[in-house]
Design a protein around this ligand. Structure first.
Ligand code: NAD
Length: 483
């Protein structure tokens, strides 16, 4: 099955930071894939804007190389050249006056205008102000704002207030690329498209839920940035919280931006504060031929966590009493993201104690091999009485749908097309981001006040031993992080 391509209106997309890492690795190759898929209107323009002095020809060469290195579009002869004809460049100083008039001259009155802020967050306000004062933005222009959106509640509020001076909330697209992942959207399809799950999706039937986002890589060249952030700010406050919201939210009345975002916000607001004993922080040591975290960040006193596991509780009628265990970390055994819903035991076993303890477990794999597994209890074949075993109903989406995975847009492509369509459903609203920081801030402040030091863990495993204990003490076990 090849994914259906829905045309979008013609657009002028300005990428501030067009020469940067994110633009080269994700945004530009993604746009080329949309071009090859036939989704980009022929007159659409992509205009790189960054500090470097270069002309359009030099920028096109840079884009060609980026697509060669990071792109995966199945292309026919001449497609890349034709795409590059739609690519332009202007040197613009986000903090100064240079280049803005030239940039403006590229923009058409009858096209959707989108401005992608793929630059350091410290420049977001400067760019928003100049777009407005220099007359580049129109009432229905859109801005796309990259993460991190603030460093804490105060900075997120300040940034929201700055952007609000120049843009309406309906024009602001705060990107969390996790929400653009196919399987993440599938969470909503599974929950709200089936009658099977939703009646059981509550504390009466669900024992607990696990969300794991594991990486094999360390901080690498991002050490200096990461050390100021850590797993809580870099992953939990945004990506894991968004997954938690999609799992836990009430059914929105419609699949529409504010209906969905209202429900997500209610989940964040219903989260209990997290007690210190319900959090484990870790930092990877040396091993497997690689240096320790501290070596990478060149700070042998760093207290920043590269791993975190925590127990979150949602105080509302649906979830009171069902814990959500979240964990994420670097230099773990495998690169995997999954969500596991463990249902409670059947209320009474007619098979007696010998049959053992069996549970239904729904596991949704976000990566790799996106798919779903549902463990179902059946009779173990053969004579000798009634012995039960759990067997997985296993569905890899690529196999089940015969999907040409090359043709499925990746998260950035999908989200950029949503910006052009004017669909904010998969973007975070300002109040959502603030609520997430309001929950996160006291946790981080607690560590700082106590001088909390993360425990060292061996690379290549599943994180610190204490993280296993977090569930053991509740009589539970994490799903294994499998290669
Ligand atoms: P980068 O340092 O590679 O690129 C920065 C870009 O900003 C360059 O094009 C540079 O020319 C431009 N720039 C710097 N100062 C400028 C100025 N005064 N005026 C105009 N342009 C200026 O950064 P990056 O890794 O591409 O990240 C960009 C944004 O995306 C950041 O907010 C980052 O947090 C976010 N982000 C990046 C990644 C990633 O994988 N790289 C992932 C998620 C989010």
């Amino acid at each position: 099955m090849v994914s259906r391509v829905i045309p979008v209106d013609t657009f002028d997309l300005v990428i501030f930071g067009g020469t940067g890492d994110l633009a080269r690795r994700k945004i530009l190759p993604g746009l080329f894939r949309r071009y090859c898929a036939g989704q980009m209107p022929p007159e659409a323009k992509i205009i790189g804007a960054a500090r470097s002095e270069m002309d359009a020809a030099e920028f096109r060469e840079m884009v060609r190389e980026a697509i060669g290195e990071f792109g995966s579009a199945p292309q026919s002869a001449g497609q890349l050249d034709a795409f590059l004809e739609r690519v332009f460049y202007e040197a613009v100083d986000a903090k100064g006056d240079g280049g803005w008039d030239a940039l403006k001259s590229h923009l058409r009155d009858d096209a959707v205008r989108a401005f992608y802020f793929s630059v350091a967050p410290s420049l977001f306000g400067d760019i928003a102000e100049r777009l407005n004062h220099k007359g580049l933005s129109t009432p229905d222009s859109r801005i796309v704002v990259e993460k991190p959106f603030g460093h804490d509640l105060a900075s997120a509020k300040a940034l929201n207030a700055t952007l609000a001076q120049y843009f309406d909330e309906t024009q602001i697209y705060r990107i969390d690329h996790y929400l653009g992942k196919e399987t993440v959207q599938n969470l909503m399809a599974v929950r709200f498209g089936n009658t099977l799950f939703e009646p059981l999706w509550n504390a009466q039937y669900v024992d607990h839920i696990e969300i794991t986002v594991a990486e094999t890589v360390g901080v690498g060249g991002r050490g200096a940035y990461y050390d100021k952030s850590g797993a809580m700010r870099d992953m939990v406050q945004n990506h894991l919280m968004q997954l938690l919201c999609l799992i836990a939210m009430e059914p929105p009345a419609k699949f529409e931006p504010d209906a969905v975002r209202d429900e997500k916000l209610k989940v964040i607001r219903a989260l209990d504060p997290v007690e210190p004993q319900d959090i484990v922080r870790g930092q990877y040591g040396a091993g497997g031929g690689e240096d320790s975290y501290k070596t990478h960040v060149e700070n042998d006193r760093s207290r920043t966590e590269s791993f975190i596991a925590l127990k979150a509780q949602i105080s509302n009628w649906r979830w009171a009493g069902t814990p959500f265990y979240l964990r994420t970390g670097k230099r773990l055994r495998a690169r995997t993201s999954d969500i596991t819903v463990v249902f409670k035991d059947a209320p009474h076993s007619i098979f007696g104690a010998d049959a053992g303890r069996h549970r239904n477990v729904l596991s949704i794999r976000l990566q790799p091999n996106e798919g779903m597994t549902l463990d179902v209890t059946i009779k173990e074949p053969g004579p000798g009485g009634m012995r039960l075993i759990d067997v997985p109903l296993d569905m890899a989406f690529a196999d089940a749908l015969g999907t040409d995975t090359e043709a499925v847009p990746d998260a950035y492509e999908r989200l950029i097309m949503d910006v052009i369509r004017g669909n904010q459903t998969l973007f975070m609203r300002g109040d959502e981001v603030e609520a997430a920081w309001a929950w996160t801030d006291p946790i981080i402040e607690g560590w700082e006040a106590r001088g909390d030091v993360p425990v060292t863990y061996d690379p290549g495993g599943s994180g610190p031993e204490d993280a296993l204990m977090l569930l053991h003490r509740d009589g539970r076990r994490w799903r294994e992080i499998k290669v």
